[in-house]
Design a protein around this ligand. Structure first.
Ligand code: ARG
Length: 472
């Protein structure tokens, strides 16, 4: 026995060992500090397992019943903090089993029949991820509803649509906001898809090769609400692709949130002034009394990088691992939990942020004045007079060049100026052609920014929200 030996946490696997574990090794090896949050899933999995053991006659039915009652009471006691996990235990499985054994005595030892921590942990995380996906889905839905609400309030608000951050063509604010709605719809679809592959039962795989006992995995799957059973015991205990796939969907979702956040940050700067954030969702400076900072949006942007890090960690931990279980895989928990926690609070806080912003529609309208963002409309007009688009582009390019040189805007051009540039402009209603509203409304084709098209899009967004549901 070394000086570092841990005496307070007996190992359930200690039979073949003659020395106690070095304290530092114990600390390095232990996962309880981060896997303890899995205890409700661990107990849920154990309940299904022990019921199956009883039903299949693998252990006496009375013993199964005793263990079921013990687990149920333990779950209630852990839930109400009447009892706590022993922090000296190696991991959540050991901590739960130790508590059960303290309460039931040796019969508790029958629970681990036909089971290994390898299929146990795979089951716990899958149950956990299923719940986390449901949570993210619900929170993403709330953000979508808010976007729909804001879009319906801003059907008639126009702002400069930009490419390369340069004014391009006028768009409806509703249209702009709904772009994020559809991104989130795909994020939810991706999560739902990941859920299908997460929703498969690994339990019954044993350590790696299956079990010598006549278990009923389909019964366990049904008890736990898994829609199918993993076919191959080696695969069941040693893959974490479901976690990687989920965190990958979460990373894409965060990427979307970071883009919206970035726009809100830009838009709340005095140069844009398109958005005013409420005092309840901004923060001040310790030195500059005038400051009101968009910290929430900045953190959403920053946390996106953190979630990408989690994804990279998971991919790298799993890379090149030989079959079957390897202890490396214990390292999956922290990045997985971190990504799911981060996305969950990010969606919740974004919902709050979006509920406490005011769009400065006058600033948006002002930004459209003299910004040449309806130049394409002039070219399109010439095309309707049967000039090939490339020539029309050239004519209007010259008009813009001249305006810039003379310090004028498109709005300043008279009908005569236009006719001078091209006789095809004869008789045109220049003001209507050049107005941002006319420009936006002319984009009436499906998916465009015309009023009718955006109204129809809003209806489809609402129907999407009503129709979408998580499959599992
Ligand atoms: N704490 C372990 C993990 O998270 C549980 C599985 C341990 N299995 C083992 N053979 N040591 O991966």
């Amino acid at each position: 026995m070394t000086d570092n030996a841990v005496k307070n946490a007996p190992k359930l696997w200690a039979g073949r060992f003659s020395q106690e574990t070095d304290a530092l090794v114990h600390q390095f090896n232990a996962s309880l500090s981060f896997d303890k949050r899995l205890w409700p899933y661990d107990i849920e999995g154990s309940l299904a397992h022990v019921k199956m053991l009883g039903k299949c006659g693998i252990i006496p039915i009375e013993d199964a019943q005793t263990i079921v009652e013990g687990l149920e009471t333990l779950a209630a006691d852990l839930g109400s903090d009447a009892v706590a996990l022993d922090l000296g235990a190696e991991d959540v499985h050991m901590a739960v089993e130790t508590l059960l054994t303290q309460r039931l005595g040796p019969v508790a030892g029958k629970l681990h029949t036909a089971r290994s921590r390898n299929d146990q942990i795979a089951t716990d995380i899958r149950l956990y991820v299923k719940d986390a996906i449901a949570d993210l889905d619900e929170k993403a839905e709330r953000v979508q509803s808010r976007l729909v609400e804001l879009a319906s309030q801003h059907l008639d608000t126009l702002l400069p649509g930009v490419t390369h951050l340069q004014h391009a063509q006028p768009v409806r604010l509703a249209h702009h906001l709904l772009a994020y709605f559809w991104m989130l719809s795909r994020d939810r679809e991706r999560l739902a898809d990941s859920l299908k592959r997460t929703d498969r039962l690994p339990l019954g795989a044993g350590a790696l090769a299956g079990t010598t006992f006549p278990i009923d995995r389909h019964f366990v799957a049904e008890e736990l609400g898994f829609s199918s059973v993993i076919e191959n015991s080696l695969d069941a205990v040693s893959d974490r692709d479901f976690a990687i796939e989920t965190v990958s969907a979460v990373s894409i979702l965060m990427m979307h949130l970071s883009r919206l956040s970035e726009e809100l940050i830009l838009w709340s700067s005095p140069e844009f002034g398109y958005v005013e954030m409420g005092d309840n969702v901004t923060t001040g400076s310790s030195i500059m009394p005038q400051k009101k900072n968009p910290d929430v949006a900045e953190l959403l942007r920053g946390k996106t990088g953190r979630v990408y890090g989690d994804l990279t960690a998971l991919l790298t931990i799993m890379k090149s691992l030989p079959l079957a279980y390897n202890k490396d895989m214990q390292e999956d928990k922290e990045p997985l939990f971190d990504a799911l926690d981060t996305a969950s609070i990010s969606l919740a806080v974004l919902h709050t942020l979006l509920g406490n912003i005011t769009f400065k529609t006058d600033r948006m309208a002002g930004a459209l004045r003299g910004d040449f963002s309806t130049a394409t409309d002039l070219a399109d007009y010439l095309v309707r007079q049967e000039l090939p688009f490339r020539q029309a582009h050239e004519v209007v390019g010259k008009i813009v060049g001249r305006c810039v040189a003379e310090g004028r805007a498109l709005e300043d051009l008279s009908a005569a100026d236009l006719v001078e540039a091209s006789p095809l402009f004869q008789g045109v209603d220049a003001a209507a052609l050049i107005s941002p509203r006319g420009s936006a409304d002319a984009r009436a084709a499906y998916g465009g920014t015309g009023r009718g098209a955006v109204e129809a899009q809003l209806v489809r967004a609402q129907s999407w929200l009503e129709a979408f549901g998580l499959a599992a």
